[in-house]
Design a protein around this ligand. Structure first.
Ligand code: AMP
Length: 131
């Protein structure tokens, strides 16, 4: 069965997309640690980051680097943090999280956003990604 992220990539489940190319898809985490928390996902469905071959791993990091730059330009924050967890969704994904304090790196701290806020920040990151 397809993962929830494959369904998002295929458009069967809605998401707040921020960037895409042939191999990767980036969208806002629906339950963000902080505003602008983004997930970067390979379109090819694999479970664990370190089971990827080296080339696939490096390409994912390269795309994540570009998305992180866009987040930093779009979201006022101290820095953009990166985490890989994968305990909830077994489809490789990189968390890119705008950090203001150490608490933003804690996955038990969550921020509630309205649909309008999700749309606004996704558009802003997307615009910066395309620059
Ligand atoms: P983990 O697998 O532990 O790295 O966590 C999966 C992440 O995916 C969590 O931060 C969830 O909030 C996020 N997530 C789960 N379903 C969705 C969805 N439909 N849209 C956006 N983010 C999601």
């Amino acid at each position: 069965m397809s993962s929830i992220f494959t369904k998002i990539i295929q458009g069967q489940i809605p998401s707040y997309k921020v960037a895409e190319n042939d191999d990767y898809f980036a969208f806002l985490d629906i339950n963000p640690n902080s505003k602008g928390h983004t997930l970067v996902v390979p379109k090819k469905e694999d479970d664990k980051l370190f089971d990827l071959d080296e080339d696939s791993y490096l390409k994912l990091m390269k795309f994540s680097y570009k998305v992180a730059k866009a987040i930093k330009r779009a979201v006022p924050c101290e820095r953009v943090g990166m985490s890989v967890i994968g305990l909830e969704v077994p489809h490789v994904h990189v968390h890119l999280i705008p950090l203001h304090t150490m608490a933003d790196a804690n996955f038990s701290k969550k921020e509630e956003l309205t649909k309008g806020q999700f749309e606004e920040i996704a558009n802003e990151i997307s615009r910066k990604f395309q620059l």
